[in-house]
Design a protein around this ligand. Structure first.
Ligand SMILES: *[C@@H]1O[C@H](CO)[C@@H](O)[C@H](O)[C@H]1NC(C)=O
Ligand SMILES: *[C@@H]1O[C@H](CO)[C@@H](O)[C@H](O)[C@H]1NC(C)=O
Ligand SMILES: *[C@@H]1O[C@H](CO)[C@@H](O)[C@H](O)[C@H]1NC(C)=O
Ligand SMILES: *[C@@H]1O[C@H](CO)[C@@H](O)[C@H](O)[C@H]1NC(C)=O
Ligand SMILES: *[C@@H]1O[C@H](CO)[C@@H](O)[C@H](O)[C@H]1NC(C)=O
Ligand SMILES: *[C@@H]1O[C@H](CO)[C@@H](O)[C@H](O)[C@H]1NC(C)=O
Ligand SMILES: *[C@@H]1O[C@H](CO)[C@@H](O)[C@H](O)[C@H]1NC(C)=O
Ligand SMILES: *[C@@H]1O[C@H](CO)[C@@H](O)[C@H](O)[C@H]1NC(C)=O
Ligand SMILES: *[C@@H]1O[C@H](CO)[C@@H](O)[C@H](O)[C@H]1NC(C)=O
Ligand SMILES: *[C@@H]1O[C@H](CO)[C@@H](O)[C@H](O)[C@H]1NC(C)=O
Ligand SMILES: *[C@@H]1O[C@H](CO)[C@@H](O)[C@H](O)[C@H]1NC(C)=O
Length: 325
């Protein structure tokens, strides 16, 4: 069903004459490797982009953008590396999140004038869907399947906080086009509306300009086997990455790999004729990696709960999860 919807929408977008605005909707608020057609082996997806071999990816559109920016996406790829002894209690697992901006192929990225704010700390709330299922398919007492979960910012962030962040960013952007100024302003101003965003208000965040890197070249060579964006003709530009260390317990790994990262995108008007926006514009996108198994794989174990058959973390997480359940 999902695959059918996807192929229909891909076909439609191929049939659309250039110049018409294509339907940019995705099959879910955030889609993962299954929808983005990552390669899979033994029922597990991976996605290798340049130097990064992601265990999972997440792709979401930036909501409510001015029409010249329609179809812009954020993509998050996550990978985990074992940096020490196989001791679950040590902080020796390195989890790296890499963020890409996806742009429609007709958008000239050199005229993208703006910044992105990445909120790295765990949010106070989780997405509620989908519910975690037991192996016989019944609902496991209202717990969410965190790796598979998805949603939008209003599901997990107070609307007053979303509004306050967007307004603050626009106010700063009206005064100039500096990402440093935006960082300093957000650090100084304690947005009361966002005091419950993370355990420590806005928590740790970084601000990165959108125009510092060139788009990746979409060549499928020996070091890349995946292009985690839809439609496939979109360009991808790596904006930043962020690394945290965690211990090897299933809870810690799952909550870091599949945590929600709010991204505040701010667009400045540029001088001259090729400015994409007339006035400062800012949007909050909630992004996470979304885990799914490749159900089409011959050897996928259909009966196991989503993560159990996955060799996602080289068996470590599997063992940890099995011992947890
Ligand atoms: C393969 O593509 C990646 C990015 O798509 C690039 O960084 C890398 O240099 C390319 N490798 C070769 C051998 O062309
Ligand atoms: C990436 O990881 C997957 C699964 O862990 C593996 O099958 C694949 O060969 C890896 N790709 C590269 C280029 O290392
Ligand atoms: C692992 O990390 C989690 C989250 O930081 C923490 O709650 C837990 O106590 C740690 N477990 C061990 C065994 O160190
Ligand atoms: C994008 O815009 C820049 C400056 O406006 C221009 O130099 C460049 O040729 C454009 N690139 C494409 C692919 O149109
Ligand atoms: C499914 O499994 C749960 C526990 O794993 C059990 O409580 C429930 O009775 C089972 N339901 C059916 C229909 O077998
Ligand atoms: C599950 O959630 C529903 C709605 O939030 C609630 O009414 C119900 O009591 C919950 N069930 C359990 C077992 O927690
Ligand atoms: C914008 O600049 C004015 C004048 O320098 C200053 O008073 C105001 O606080 C600034 N606003 C923001 C949001 O930085
Ligand atoms: C990138 O954007 C910043 C902030 O808007 C601007 O000051 C800078 O000139 C831009 N750099 C390039 C290379 O376009
Ligand atoms: C913020 O990041 C710093 C360094 O990256 C880290 O030491 C600190 O614990 C982080 N704060 C929180 C609340 O996670
Ligand atoms: C998309 O990326 C390719 C390089 O892979 C570049 O040649 C092309 O100009 C980019 N398109 C736009 C509109 O920037
Ligand atoms: C934009 O144009 C105004 C007036 O034309 C000028 O004062 C300002 O410095 C320009 N800003 C940039 C970033 O070029």
């Amino acid at each position: 069903m999902l695959a059918n919807t996807l192929s229909i929408s891909l076909t439609l977008s191929l049939l659309l004459p250039i110049g018409l605005t294509a339907d940019t909707s995705l099959s879910n608020d955030i889609v993962g490797c299954r929808e983005a057609s990552c390669p899979s082996s033994n029922g597990n997806y991976h996605c290798t982009v340049g130097q990064n071999n992601f265990t999972d990816v997440g792709l979401a559109r930036i909501p409510d953008v001015p029409s010249p920016l329609n179809g812009l996406s954020w993509v998050k790829g996550v990978s985990v590396e074992d940096k020490g002894r196989i001791d679950k209690s040590e902080q020796n697992r390195q989890i790296k999140s890499t963020y890409y901006l996806g742009t429609p192929s007709n958008l000239n990225t050199t005229s993208l004038n703006g910044c992105a704010v990445f909120f790295h700390d765990a949010l106070s709330k989780q997405f509620q869907q989908p519910k975690s299922l037991t192996s016989n398919g019944t609902d496991r007492a209202n717990t969410t399947d965190i790796p598979a979960s998805y949603g939008t910012c209003p599901d997990v962030i107070d609307q007053r906080c979303i509004d306050a962040l967007q307004k603050r960013a626009q106010d700063v952007a009206r005064n100039g086009t500096s990402c440093t100024a935006l960082f300093q302003d957000l650090r100084r101003s304690s947005l009361d509306e966002c005091s419950a965003l993370t355990r420590t208000g806005l928590g740790n965040f970084t601000v990165t300009p959108l125009n510092e890197s060139a788009p990746l070249t979409q060549s499928r060579n020996s070091s890349s086997d995946c292009w985690p964006v839809l439609p496939k003709s979109d360009n991808l530009t790596q904006i930043t990455d962020h690394t945290v260390m965690t211990n090897g317990t299933a809870t810690a790994l799952t909550s870091q790999l599949y945590k929600i990262t709010p991204i505040l995108t701010v667009f400045f008007p540029a001088n001259g004729s090729n400015s994409l926006v007339d006035s400062p514009s800012s949007q909050l996108t909630c992004l996470k990696a979304v885990h799914a198994e490749d159900l089409d794989a011959d050897d996928a174990d259909e009966n196991s709960a989503s993560l159990l058959s996955s060799n996602l973390l080289g068996g470590i997480l599997v063992a940890a999860l099995v011992s947890m359940i």
